[in-house]
Write a protein that binds this ligand. Sequence first.
Ligand SMILES: Cc1cc2nc3c(=O)[nH]c(=O)nc-3n(C[C@H](O)[C@H](O)[C@H](O)COP(=O)(O)O)c2cc1C
Length: 226
Amino acid sequence: MVAPTLEPTASQSTYRRPAVFYSTETNDHGLRFNPIKAIVAPRPIGWISTMSAKGEVNLAPYSYFNLLAARPPIVMFSSEGWKDSVAFVAETGEFVCSLVSYDLRTQMNETSESFPRGVNEFEQVGLEMAASVLVKPPRIKLSPAALECKLVEVRQVRRADSSLMDAWQVVGEVVGVHIDDAYVEDGKFNILAARSVARCGYLDYISAEQTFSFPRPPGGGNPTGG
Ligand SMILES: Cc1cc2nc3c(=O)[nH]c(=O)nc-3n(C[C@H](O)[C@H](O)[C@H](O)COP(=O)(O)O)c2cc1C
């Protein structure tokens, strides 16, 4: 199979030579698409499950997702627009982030469809729920790992001039962690076994296929990396 390409053919060449610098005020990058999400990449994907006050279940992927601190673990995801995931977390103060393995990539993508509020995406895409321990939203049973979170804050994202954007950063404290021991080797969580999926720009994703290690330089933090 020939991989689809985003490069224009000679007859549809609509872009100029790429800029070596562009201001985001004009976005005059000369490229076919805004490159910012391809530059800040790969981004881990938080597959966020939430529950409304009425008990409705929601599931959606967020690649504006990351770890902010480790002890205790603090995570965040960010929504462009007041989407159901944010609305439900704001109502009930809890969410769960399940890890996207390569095996689950198709369902992950399907759960990004904009279903009406109240539709349970687990059921829509045929994913089995598993009960969480410390929070109400379920996790994805077949995900190699999941983080149960309690809401710290929902913060409206601001620009440099302090004006508010229609973007909402949800910060949560991880209060419980699930790990499927099939993905543990030599006492370590093995992302190569999970083939963890991350988001790149455009329609692209990357899965973990290879890792390499460095010793920490002197004074460079915990020498075990743990
Ligand atoms: C891999 C992937 C990553 C995504 N990341 C984000 C994100 O970080 N922020 C966002 O607002 N939407 C993101 N989306 C789009 C949402 O998943 C989509 O709008 C979804 O319908 C939101 O669902 P909800 O309204 O149930 O929360 C992403 C979609 C995909 C496929």
